[in-house]
Ligand binder design. Sequence first.
Ligand code: GLC
Ligand code: CA
Length: 544
Amino acid sequence: MIDDDPFWWRQAAVYQIYPRSFADANGDGIGDLPGIGSRVSYLRRLAVDAVWLSPFYPSALVDGGYDVDDYRDVDPRLGTLTDFDALVSDLRGAGIRLIVDIVPNHTSNRHEWFVEALASPPGSAARDRYIFRDGLGPDKSIPPADWTSAFGGPAWEPVGDGQWYLHFFATEQPDLNWDNREVRHDFLKTLKFWSDRGVDGFRIDVAHGLAKRLGEELPSQAALDALPRDDGGHPLWDRDEVHEIYAEWRALFNSYTPPRTAVAEAWVESSRRHRYASPEGLGQAFNFDLLEANFDAKEFRRIVDENLALAALSGSSTTWVLSNHDVVRHATRYGLPEPADPAEKHGSEWLRSGGTFPVLDAERGLRRARAATLFELALPGSAYLYQGEELGLHEVADIPDERRQDPAFFRNPGVDIGRDGCRVPIPWTPYGPSFGFGSGEPHLPQPPSWSAVAVEVQATDPNSTFWLYRDALALRRALQTGEELEWIPSKADVVHFRRPNGWETVMNFGTTPVALPEGEVLLFSSPLDGLEVPGESTVWLRRG
Ligand code: GLC
Ligand code: CA
C-alpha cells in the first residue's frame, strides 16, 4: 500500500502521537510503543496517512521526553528497538507512514556528552559540544548574561567551577554547540539510524535555534529583545547559517528512496518560514497561524492566502495545525469569551497565564472546533492532527498541582499552569481504571467526564466527533487531487472556497444561519436545518 511517491507528504494527514499518553500496554501508567502497536487498526480506521511520534527516547521526562539521553534508543519504559521495528512494520502494513521527532537544539543533562562535559575542565573538547561560559565578577558567580529561558527563570546555570552553561529550555536541557563538527556528525548518524530503520520523515524540534553567534560580549536580554528577528542576524534565533546544517541533512535524506522528509518546528517571522521549507533544506515547515488565530472569518481567510503564497515561495506545500502537545486544545480555545479587542489573542499563552482557566462554554468550543477542523481538512497542504482532537477532547484544567509535570508550570509558579492539560491519556473505553488507556493509574489524571467521550462510545455514534474526523479524512483522501484553491464570494462572516473535483467548503463563523449553496452535501460539522448552514458550522459540498 505504501509506494515510493516522493511527494506523499504534500497533502498528507499526519496524526501526532504523544507516546506517554496514547496507550499503555504493560499497565505502569505510561503509554508505550506496544500500546501504540495495539491501536494500529484504530489509526487505519481514522484514515491518516502518517503518524508523527513525539520523543520516545531514553529520558528523565523532565520535559516530556524533549530532554533526550540517547538519540538512538528507546526509553525502556516505552519499549525496545525491537518494539520500534515491530511498530514500523505494523504501521506500514496498515498503509501508514512514520515520522519521528528529532531534538537537536539541546540534549538532556543525562546525555553521555553532558556527563562528560561536567567531568571535564573548562576549555576541554567535551565542553565545546555545549555552550559554556565563564561567569562574571571576581569569583565568576554572576551569570554570563541575564537571559531568561523559554520556560521562565534564568537560561544560564552554574556548574561549580566558575563556568555556566546555556539552556534555553529547562535546566536539564543544555543547548548544543552546532559549530562543533562532532555534534553535526552525530546528528547525521542519528538521522541515518532511524532512516535505515524505516522511518519516513522527521519533525525537527526548535529548528530555528541551532545556529548561534554569541561573540565575546553577551548582550542583555533587553538588548536581545530589541533586535529584529527577521533579518537572519539575531545572535540566537533564525540565523541564516542554520540552513547550512539542513543542507547537509537534505543530502542524507535524498540518499533514500523515497527521500526522507522533514518538517521544521520554527517559530519564526512568517516572511522567513519558506527558508526552512526549501527543497534544499528540510522541505516543509509548520505554519502555526491558524492555531494562534481568533475564530474569525477575515483572519482565517487572510491566513490561508498568506500561507499558500508563502508555500509557493519555496515550492513546498503548507501545513495546518489546530492543536498539538504544546498548546491548549482547540475545543477549549474556541469556547472562551471573545476578546473585546479583535487584535487581542485568546490563544494558549493568554489561557495559561494567571494560573487558572477563564469561564468556558465547552459546547460552543466543540461546535466551533468541529467547524474549524472541517475547514482545515479541506485546505491544500498537510494537516497535522493531535491525538484526542478526533474525540473532541477539551484541555484538562483541573489537574492537581502535585500531579503536574510540565517544567513550564514549575518554573512559573502562579503564572503559567503549563501544558499538561493537553497531554492527559486518551480514553478508549467508558470504564476501567484509566478508561482503557492501561490497567494501572495513568501518569496524569483523567477527568471522570471522559467516560462519555471514550473511543468505544463515539465509535457507535454517527454524530460523534470521531465519526466526523473519520468521514472527513476518508472523503479528503477520495476527493483531494490538485493543490489549487479558489475563493467564492460570500457574506462577511462566511468563507467559501472550491478545490479541484468540485469540492466546496462553506464555513459560517457567525451565529446566524446562512443559505446553503447549491450542490450535493457531503459532510457537515453541525446538523443541518433545512437549506441553511447553521451558525459556527462548516459544510462540505460537491458541485459539478
Ligand atoms: C518544542 C516542543 C516542546 C518542547 C520544546 C523544547 O517546542 O514542541 O514540547 O518543550 O521544544 O524541546
Ligand atoms: Ca507502559
